[in-house]
Write a protein that binds this ligand. Structure first.
Ligand SMILES: [Fe+2]
Length: 577
């Protein structure tokens, strides 16, 4: 293919800069530059930058001419390529602008985000408006198109037809199809056919298919791999990491708010294997963690504290992820022709960004952001998505044997049959409601064991992979108060006791995100989590537990407005055992 005139002219200008015929407009001088290809920290290097791209990296510190150029003296410091976050969810209770504002100081200059959240509620326009909001920001964004995998087809009602996703998939900013749960790819009939076809389209378009292989192994994992996924961020043991690396996956070790795997898979770094397909990513960071610890920078600091080699780690967040997404001709290294994205840190072992440069522009220095995020627009319709009117919780059986979801960890449930007449067996059992908020108001009430809540009810519209509201509660009055309040505030999370709303987090954008400043968002979310824990909830950050009860990403018994769903066979189950 012929290169475009623009690209070829840009290459010519960069080559002239390297030859000393045209002055650069920015120089990072005298730093110890990390070479991602050889894993060397090379001292006394200078980087010459022109029009946002790198022309030269080497020992010639003093390029000719150009008195007005920006010079950054990196003496005694280390220059890395800007970090690439390979897998995240930016709609994580906050808006795009706040995400950008808080990511800039972390040294991340490129973000690849999933697009599932808004789309689950409003369909294709959720992806389109999000993508529009990512354009023109001071850091670089890419996205993947969400396959919208629900528990049953009724959670996929907003999933666009594959042909409607094609223009989004074909955009140069789209790197592929977003994470696809392995169990969904094997589903029969339309639900499975749709995602299998989307995966094929993505592969045919030369794009990536982002995998999600939690718990899969052996032949099942290999059968799933036949559909083309090339990354997975779900391994939680060394063996799982190794099995996927051997199958050719780029393994993204997750270290974020949902789970932190680094400590558990630390031993992998002591094996004599090739690490070039390992990536470190967050899979999303919640507002509290963002404020208290940071983002991918915090993950890196934890990895460094575990004694993992800095060079290896910096490859994992630069070149390795760029190669996975076939972007290494543009990103992931400090070398000629690549984008001038860099982060300057005091030493290899100390990841505290002093300068951050994106596309040849200083965006952070002296502890300050040098740029403002671009304002993002969403239409009014995306702020009116909680369509319920005076819902009454139907009665549940008071005795006999019933089916319940039992939490065996913060996120994982199992199917349990309990006898409501047995005081021991029915201890710590509360109600769980899933309610369609798209207008039909179909609801299902079941039982949840092991959440710990002693009084009141908590409900959320921020649920993963479903447009349902999910409410867990000790009494129907509190649950109804929660539903009504969620309607009034346009969604989010609400904790109520009786008719009193005790704490709330309004998230009016699709019922998923707040557009308030990050500090306020963090404060409201923290208060909600605290309130739940003060009233008995036993899991850390219990609002996430509720958000995930309707997701097929996590085993075993989940809930929808049609009933419980057993993940293994997707059978819809009633309360009566
Ligand atoms: Fe994810």
């Amino acid at each position: 293919m012929k290169p475009s005139v623009k690209k070829s002219e840009q290459s010519r200008i960069l080559s002239e800069v390297a030859l000393g015929n045209i002055p650069p407009d920015m120089v990072i001088t005298n730093g110890s530059v990390f070479n991602v290809f050889t894993r060397e920290f090379i001292r006394g290097q200078s980087i010459w930058i022109k029009d946002g791209a790198i022309a030269y990296v080497g020992p010639d510190l003093d390029p000719p001419g150009g008195e007005r150029r920006v010079v950054i003296d990196a003496k005694g410091m280390v220059v890395l390529p800007g970090l690439i976050e390979g897998h995240t969810h930016i709609s994580n209770r906050y808006g795009i602008e706040e995400f950008v504002r808080y990511v800039i100081p972390t040294g991340v200059t490129t973000v690849v985000t999933e697009t599932i959240e808004l789309a689950t509620v409003v369909g294709r326009e959720g992806i389109e408006y999000l993508v529009r909001g990512l354009e023109g920001q001071p850091i670089r964004f890419y996205y993947t198109v969400a396959p919208l995998c629900g528990l049953t087809s009724s959670e996929e009602i907003n999933a666009p037809a594959n042909e409607d996703l094609l223009p989004l998939l074909q955009s140069p900013r789209c790197l592929g199809m977003g994470e696809i749960y392995w169990s969904n790819i094997f589903l029969k009939e339309l639900q499975g056919e749709r995602v299998r076809e989307l995966a094929s389209i993505a592969v045919e378009q030369g794009k990536r298919v982002e995998g999600h292989t939690a718990g899969a192994s052996g032949r099942k994992l290999q059968a799933y791999t036949c559909f083309g996924p090339s990354s997975c961020h779900e391994p939680i043991t060394e063996d799982e990491v190794l099995e996927r690396l051997r199958l050719g996956y780029w393994v993204m070790i997750r270290e974020g708010s949902i789970r932190r795997e680094l400590a558990g898979v630390r031993g992998i770094f002591d094996k004599g294997i090739d690490f070039r397909r390992l990536v470190l990513s967050t899979d999303g960071v919640d507002p509290e963690d963002f404020l208290n610890e940071g983002y991918l920078d915090a993950s890196l600091r934890r990895a460094l504290a575990l004694g993992i080699s800095p060079g290896l780690l910096y490859q994992m967040v630069t070149l390795n992820v760029a190669e996975h997404f076939r972007l290494d001709h543009l990103l992931g290294s400090l070398s000629p022709g690549r984008m001038a994205d860099a982060v300057i840190i005091p030493s290899p072992e100390e990841f505290t960004p002093q300068w951050v440069i994106c596309h040849g522009k200083v965006i952070f220095r002296d502890g300050q952001n040098m740029v403002e995020p671009k304002r993002v627009f969403f239409p009014d319709s995306m702020f009116a998505t909680v369509k319920v009117h005076g819902y009454s919780v139907p009665p549940l059986p008071a005795r006999g044997k019933v089916r319940a979801m039992e939490l065996v960890s913060r996120l994982v449930t199992r199917e349990d049959i309990i006898d409501l007449g047995d005081p021991e067996g029915s201890k710590d059992v509360i109600m769980a409601l899933a309610l369609n908020r798209s207008g039909s108001e179909e609801g299902f009430v079941g039982f949840l064991k092991g959440f710990g809540l002693q009084r009141g009810a908590y409900g959320s519209t921020m649920c993963w992979d479903t447009p349902d509201i999910i409410v867990v509660g000790c009494d129907t009055r509190s649950m109804e108060t929660v539903v009504e309040r969620l309607r009034e505030i346009g969604g989010g999370g609400v904790y109520a006791i009786g008719e009193e709303v005790v704490a709330e987090f309004p998230a009016p954008l699709c019922g998923l995100a707040s557009l308030k400043p990050m500090k306020e968002v963090g404060k409201e979310v923290k208060r909600l989590n605290q309130c739940l824990m003060e009233n008995g909830a036993r899991w850390e950050k219990p609002i996430l537990t509720v958000d995930t009860l309707g997701s097929p990403a996590i085993p075993h018994l989940r809930i929808t407005h049609r009933g419980y769903v057993r993940l293994r066979d997707r059978e819809v189950l009633r309360v009566q055992a």
